[in-house]
Design a protein around this ligand. Structure first.
Ligand code: PEP
Ligand code: MN
Length: 338
């Protein structure tokens, strides 16, 4: 429930209202904003007498948030949430799309430094790379672990980049928080509720990827767990879902991007690498994602994709990546000129 307050509401009336809500057994959220000031009540299972609320002169109107997710909804917060990483990279609002790029897995120190140098040369400010890898086969490369986190941090610090890396299991939370600027929750962990709860307690941005069989509602409810825990720095990531289609690895759901922009204030980015599973499709789907309103993209790149230890077939080499960057900056300047 949202209680929208009158612009001229007196502080005394607001305090009285908050006190009455607390007496009724709820923990009200005070939501000041440029467009409106409101009080939110979450998880209200008990009857709330609306007529009584209206007796307080501060109350303009009472709205019912009909969606099961509350804190992540646009009803709760009208304006776009901006998520800023330590090096200044900002997602959301009118900021240009953020490019995050790097290998699927961190493979060696040299490999990470070569990638970081390529990003720096191309003015890309965030590096991705998995140190702990969720692999379908137990025989596949599982990642370098903490060693990999250290390489990412070292290379990122040398080139002024932000580190985006996956938290695969909770036992490594402290290490990942220590070395990363943005903590990725992979598709396979999107409904690891214990992990979501713990990420609600920390104060670092989270990149929450959509589960491969998750509906948009389940995706937003997963984000709701993190916000409900007290961490409102969440960037969503559409990375493709399983459908009957087998020509591509996944079906990239760009509907989700445009839809989520309508119903949520959180920024949403797109992963065209996992979304398509094919290097040749990464550039067109990056452009489509930006056209659909994505706040950024996360792209797998590697010096020699054919030698990559994971996901080589969907990975761009440095030259292909540079061509893609040129194509989006051209597209951007054309739209700016319009
Ligand atoms: C990844 O980003 O390398 C990854 C494993 O992605 P997802 O969780 O989307 O499969
Ligand atoms: Mn990958």
């Amino acid at each position: 429930m949202l209680i929208v307050l009158k612009k001229e509401a007196a502080q005394k009336e607001i305090d009285e209202l908050l006190e009455n809500i607390r007496k009724a057994g709820y923990n009200p959220d005070f939501l000041p904003g440029a467009e409106r000031t409101a009080i939110g009540i979450r998880g209200n299972t008990k009857y709330i007498d609306e007529a009584e609320l209206h007796l307080n002169n501060a109350v303009k109107e009472v709205l019912h948030v009909t969606k099961p997710y509350k804190l992540v909804s646009r009803e709760w917060r009208i304006q776009d949430t901006l998520i800023r990483l330590k090096n200044g990279v900002t997602f959301g609002g009118s900021n240009p799309p953020v490019i995050i790029a790097g290998p699927c897995s961190v493979e060696s120190e040299t490999h990470v430094f070569e990638t970081a140098e390529c990003l720096f040369k191309n003015k890309v400010k965030a590096i991705r790379g998995g140190a702990f890898k969720p692999r379908t086969s137990p025989y596949a490369f599982q990642g370098l672990g903490v060693e990999g986190l250290k390489y990412l941090r070292k290379a990122a610090d040398q080139f002024g980049l932000a580190v985006v890396t996956e938290l695969l299991h909770l036992e490594t939370l402290d290490e990942v928080v220590r070395y990363a600027d943005m903590i990725q929750v992979g598709a396979r962990n999107m409904q690891n509720f214990e992990m979501l709860r713990r990420l609600g307690e920390i104060r670092k941005p989270v990149l929450l990827k959509r589960g491969m069989a998750a509906t948009i509602e389940e995706f937003l409810l997963a984000a709701e767990y993190i916000l409900a825990g007290g961490n409102d720095q969440v960037v969503l990531c559409e990375r493709g879902i399983r459908t009957f289609e087998t020509a591509t690895r996944n079906t990239l759901d760009l509907n989700a991007v445009a839809y989520i922009r309508e119903v949520s204030h959180l920024p949403i980015i797109v992963d065209p690498s996992h979304g398509t599973g094919r290097a040749s499709l990464v550039a067109p789907l990056t452009r489509a994602a930006i056209a659909a309103g994505a706040a950024g993209v996360i792209i797998e790149i590697h010096k020699e994709p054919s030698k990559a230890l994971s996901d080589g077939f969907q990975t761009l080499n440095f030259q292909q990546f540079e061509e893609l960057l040129r194509s989006i900056s051209l597209a951007r300047s054309e739209s700016d000129a319009r």
